[in-house]
Design a binder for this molecule. Structure first.
Ligand SMILES: Cc1cc2nc3c(=O)[nH]c(=O)nc-3n(C[C@H](O)[C@H](O)[C@H](O)COP(=O)(O)OP(=O)(O)OC[C@H]3O[C@@H](n4cnc5c(N)ncnc54)[C@H](O)[C@@H]3O)c2cc1C
Length: 634
């Protein structure tokens, strides 16, 4: 069926006029002129470029290849099957915090091809919350609160509502929250996967959280804190011709006929070395173009942009490009003999990632080995998902203690390693997080019509999700608003060299509390019926997950030994006031520049997107809108 869909799609695609130029041949690009250059043809880059190219000339430079026909990249089920993809790359972090003062390096995965990480990710769709977007706004970013941001997420979305049988099985949605005319396919898994596991997982989650975690009316309504849902949204096409295809940003914003743009040129297999700049009379720096070279090495050439350069190379790579361009911490840049163009100490700082507890697979009980539990052949990762609040997870007393800890957070370590530029930066971020965790559930608030009667307006503290499998059932967890802050620094001007990425995972006491609490809930789920009846008798012991009666020390040790990067890198060019280490303004302009913007995951000052993709499409849509408004008013 999938192959048939592919054949039909290819025929239509090839038989039609393609206005967008996609090429890896630099000679086809050098003589063209461009108003905008977008650096990185990934998740956000292709979305922003698509909108800008409606009426303007745009060049996208993408380091990776055009893998339009690659079956592994296109197949939504390949991710859960663990199939490696030609788009999937990784670099190692510096040694990270582990048990008893030891350290271990962690692989940090990213996508490098058209579509970027959206071409290899797990397609689990989640949105930020009302409370967390308002926290972003409270950090000095007017226009980024939930009510202002939601329309941009809707603009990108092409939502397929659940069908009657999915609704009967527990799929909920609120029609007004979604978008129906955007390019990104968002749907529930169809056919309904592992219905028995779904029912059991929801019931056990509610039992384990004392009934406080209730079924959500819609996991994307902004009020998911304290709720459990039958599904994530799945970011793949569910309807029509290209059913069962990953809805990467390439398949959403670039390849389809409806998205062809005469103004758009996409140069693949080439990387941007640095941004070219000049000084202006006002003292602000002007970005005039970029230096480009073949990814496999070769001559470097200059391409000009008459209006703006927009950086969308992702949170791990964007700071690398700025640093090579002389934009960053001037003292550090001097140590690698790069002349400073703009002293911005926040470039590459405030880096964050959720940490994931994935070493949590429980052997299936032999009698539970039915497709109603295992999901059968085509299974997507993550089915039932719960987002308990701090109070749900820790109880009232410990949640109150957490709040006090957040408001008096020790900032010394983060400052000493350069994770934040000063103590005030982290203290301010911790204070808005404390606020997001504690907003009173019954407080009256301004909200869109559909959520007036909502009671859970508290941000989630952790996320727990279940994935089916033929041998194991996984109950994974990840933290949501981490307080550990790391850095990205180049150590050479060679563009093919990996930067030094020091995530500083679990160096904040708050993050360890969250991870330990999540681990304890996973143990409890494995030991609580009806879920415990789906797994083998000694499953908890075999899994290595700590026993329900394990001491605090034992759980902490297991967490430190087994945690992983959640591959949700954010924050390395934070949208914050400059004195707090901010790199971009609320208009996403790099401070001190007239026309250099950043529009990828690096701009988020807090990791408010539990799974970043759907929120990042909102960022790209908003960025394009702000740029076009600037042009219109010029
Ligand atoms: C394995 C994996 C699983 C994930 N699972 C999920 C999930 O289930 N749900 C979810 O919501 N999120 C998930 N994520 C995270 C999500 O995909 C990313 O946060 C998001 O795609 C990042 O978007 P971006 O635009 O910031 O960067 P990217 O999409 O990574 O795009 C950056 C692009 O820039 C290019 N580039 C880099 N340097 C240069 C240069 N010098 N010159 C030119 N081009 C350059 C890269 O090749 C890449 O194509 C996952 C990520 C990974 C890696």
């Amino acid at each position: 069926m999938r192959f048939l869909a592919h054949f039909l799609w290819s025929s239509i695609f090839i038989g039609s006029v393609q206005a967008t130029i996609i090429t890896d041949d630099l000679s086809k690009v050098v003589n063209l002129s461009f108003e905008f250059i977008v650096v990185g043809g990934g998740t956000t880059g292709l979305a922003a470029a698509n909108r800008l190219a409606l009426n303007h000339s745009v060049l996208v430079v993408e380091r990776g290849q055009n893998l339009v026909d690659n079956e592994v990249v296109n197949d939504p089920f390949a991710f859960a099957a663990g199939t490696p993809s030609p788009c999937r790359f990784s670099m190692n972090s510096t040694p990270q915090n582990s048990v008893d003062g030891t350290y271990r390096s962690l692989p940090l995965f990213y996508g490098s091809c058209l579509g970027g990480s959206s071409s290899i990710n797990g397609m689990m769709g989640a949105r930020p919350t009302f409370a967390s977007m308002n926290a972003i706004e409270a950090l000095g970013n007017p226009g980024w609160g939930w009510n202002d941001f939601l329309p941009y997420m809707q603009r990108s979305e092409n939502f397929t509502p659940p069908n009657p049988s999915q609704i009967e099985e527990g799929a909920n949605y609120i029609a007004a929250v979604h978008g129906y005319h955007g390019p990104v396919g968002v749907s529930f898994a169809r056919p309904f996967v592992a219905p028995v596991l779904q029912r059991i997982a929801k019931k056990t989650t509610q039992t384990v959280f004392g009934g406080e975690v209730t079924l959500t009316p819609d996991m994307g309504d902004g009020f998911s804190g304290g709720h459990v849902s039958s599904f994530y949204y799945q970011i793949h096409f569910n309807e029509t011709l290209h059913s069962d295809r990953r809805s990467s940003s390439a398949w959403s914003y670039l390849y389809p006929q409806a998205q062809q743009r005469t103004g758009l040129t996409v140069l693949t297999a080439h990387q941007v070395n640095s941004v070219l700049t000049s000084a202006s009379a006002s003292g602000n720096i002007i970005a005039t173009g970029v230096l480009v070279e073949p990814t496999i090495g070769g001559p470097v050439i200059m391409i000009n942009a008459s209006r703006e350069v927009v950086i969308t190379a992702g949170a791990l790579q964007s700071p690398v490009i700025l640093q090579r361009s002389g934009i960053g911490n001037a003292t550090f840049l001097r140590t690698i003999r790069i002349e400073s163009v703009l002293d911005l100490p926040g470039v590459g700082a405030n880096l964050q990632d959720h940490i994931g507890l994935y070493n949590t697979s429980f052997p299936l009980a032999p009698y539970a080995n039915t497709t109603n539990v295992t999901g059968g052949a085509n299974v997507l990762a993550g089915i039932v998902v719960a987002q308990p609040t701090a109070q749900d997870t820790l109880g009232l007393k410990d949640a109150t203690a957490l709040n006090i800890l957040l408001r008096n957070l020790s900032t010394e370590h983060a400052v000493s390693v350069g994770g934040v530029v000063n103590s005030e930066s982290l203290a301010t971020q911790a204070a808005v997080i404390a606020e997001a965790y504690e907003i009173d559930r019954m407080q009256s608030f301004q909200a869109p019509l559909w959520s007036i009667n909502q009671q859970h307006i508290v941000d989630p503290f952790i996320e727990i999700f279940y994935s089916p499998g033929s041998v194991y059932l996984q109950v994974a967890a990840h933290t949501i608003l981490p307080l550990s802050r790391g850095t990205i620094r180049i150590n050479t001007t060679d563009p093919s060299a990996d930067p030094t990425v020091d995530m500083q995972f679990l160096t904040s006491e708050v993050d360890i509390h969250a991870a330990v609490a999540a681990a304890r809930r996973i143990s409890l789920i494995a030991a609580t019926p009806p879920f415990s009846e789906l797994i083998a008798e000694n499953a908890l012991k075999e899994s290595g997950v700590p026993d329900v009666n394990a001491t605090e020390e034992e759980v902490r040790k297991w967490v430190l030994e087994t945690y992983e990067s959640d591959i949700h890198f954010e924050g390395s060019h934070s949208m914050l006031p400059k004195e707090l280490g901010g790199v971009v303004s609320p208009q996403l302009l790099v401070y001190g520049t007239k026309n250099l913007r950043i529009a990828d995951a690096s701009i988020l000052p807090l990791s408010v997107f539990p799974h970043p993709t759907l929120g990042l499409y909102g960022v790209a849509e908003k960025a394009a809108d702000m740029i076009l408004q600037t042009i219109d008013t010029c």
